[in-house]
Write a protein that binds this ligand. Sequence first.
Ligand code: SAM
Length: 647
Amino acid sequence: MPRYTPIEQAKLHWQDDSAISDRFDDIYFSRSDALAETRYVFLEGNALPERWRGREQFVIGETGFGTALNFLVTAAEWLEHSSPSACLHYISTEKYPLNQEDLKLACQHWPQFRAIADELMSHYPPLCFGYHSRSLFGGRIRLLLLFGDANELLAQLEAAVDAWFLDGFAPSKNPQMWDESLLRRIAALTANNGTFSTFTAAGYVRRSLETTGFIVEKRAGFGVKREMLHGTLGTTPARNSTTPWYETGNYTGAKTAIIIGAGLAGASVAAALAERGWQITLIERNQQPAQEASGNLAGVVSPRLSADMDNGAQFYLNAFLHSVDYLQTLQQDRPRLAWHATGALQLLPATQRERLRVLNLPPEILDFCTAAEATLASGATLNDAAVLFRHGGWLSPPQLCEILLERAHARVLTYYDRTALRLSQNNALWEVRSSAGIIAKAPVVILANGVKAQDMSHAPLQLQACRGQLAYVHATENSRKLKMPVSYEGYVIPAYQDQHTIGASYDWQDLDSEPRPDERQQLLDTLAQRLPDFSPGTITQDRVAFRTTSQDHLPVVGPIPDIDFYQQSYADLRHGKPAAHYTSARYQPGLFVSSGHGSRGLTSCLLSAELIAAMLNNEPSPLPQDIVHALHPARFLIRQLKRGISL
Ligand code: SAM
């Protein structure tokens, strides 16, 4: 897994209008005419914007996001020169990101880019380790910020980069950013005919770039600088995967898909694909979206952290930050979306709270509260200390689904009240059938139908249903004082439509859909114990729903394996032969799944949808490889094969 590292922010000072890094004792951008230098070195050096012509998608990779000057200049050119349907993917690594205030100050130097800077600032992630994928300007630019060390995070990237801006500090001040192994990785991530440019002409950098496969040219440097380097990838380096069983190829078929299931998982995928110009047929067995596990009146958006920040915890942290950003943007477009960015409290025992301190997350992401502070923040008396996710909040999942689908409706044909029962392939098209016959045909199908995805995919996805019972209660004058959701063994959410949602039980292997009085009582008892002065009104409804969970409690997202191929090709995995011994994976063509989101779908579904959309559109992956593999639908199969368990 990517090694979780707390982020240290940039330390800089200003001198004669130039930003200087205290850590590296070097300038972020040139003292004289920085804009012209960026245009000369990075845009002209990569033959931009000419190479954008006719491209529906273009990928730029940068080492060192710094003050965002390169980004601002590039974004302005892109918005001016590209077609409105085209997308620029701008990937940038940054080990020491500027905080919001410093970045704002830096951007203020360029009033001509005010609109772009405002858009950037409103999406700029908190200073947390990992991959942060953000959609800017309605999807015309997708910014993927990798906060952490370039060497480690680029090792985890899946992308085909058309142009590199190599902009670490001077090699003499920061040799790490010009290390041959990093440049080798950069070459491996470069698309055919991809290019690079850099301000430096240092001999060892040139030689390393040549060794890694670039045809390097020198050209006059900007201003007083004598020379700079630019070049094109000559020999495509061998891309040796260490996990061929998780490799995914490029999708080149028509942009037409069927999605089965209109809960949070399905609606999120529909939105992500519609935004990329796909035509969708959405099939739902109920008469409306979000009637099953996504049908609770209200739900909490918060991360699931752990002190070791394993793949799952890293996924949930990045997914949480992505969701919060997405919801805020969606709400600007659809103000009726009742996204309540109130913050979210989680009551935790002292040992668990203390363990989370090592994460060193910014307090706006993870704050530690005494019981008195938690009481003040939540508006409800609490006797326990807590952690506070200031960016967290709550919303109504059915309303979110409805709005996602409403926004995508021009590209989504929905069949409600139809139960998809069977999938079969005919002439490279999937046919989805109900008991009455074929409902729809398409080259791509995404299964977002909870536990049923297992039967339809004929793959061991290890999905299981987990019964959850919750209660809705009338709000009272007292209970309306609750300002944010509070989670403990259960949870309580501020009133929506004048009712609180109080959740929820977890009963595995229990298919009883009838509410039980004893479970209801337990929900109320725990609430009374944790929020002793909270006095809601009478119960309006008990609700039972079945969340889909997976064996390892992570979502199952991605392409569905071809079982026969896996069995034949990876049968001897348990012998631990080198990865080069194996061929790349084969999948059931065009068949994908997004399921197993458990009780955290509000946090995980939106980023999972971006992952599937990225795979289907050959975009840079919004998640690091190890996390993609941790969510991969073939992981259970691979674990079995590695242990030598027959399928
Ligand atoms: N492109 C930036 C701009 O337009 O403002 C300027 C980049 S500045 C010259 C170099 C950047 O590289 C700094 O922000 C620095 O923090 C970052 N950096 C240095 N070492 C790094 C590393 N090992 N991994 C990732 N980023 C690093």
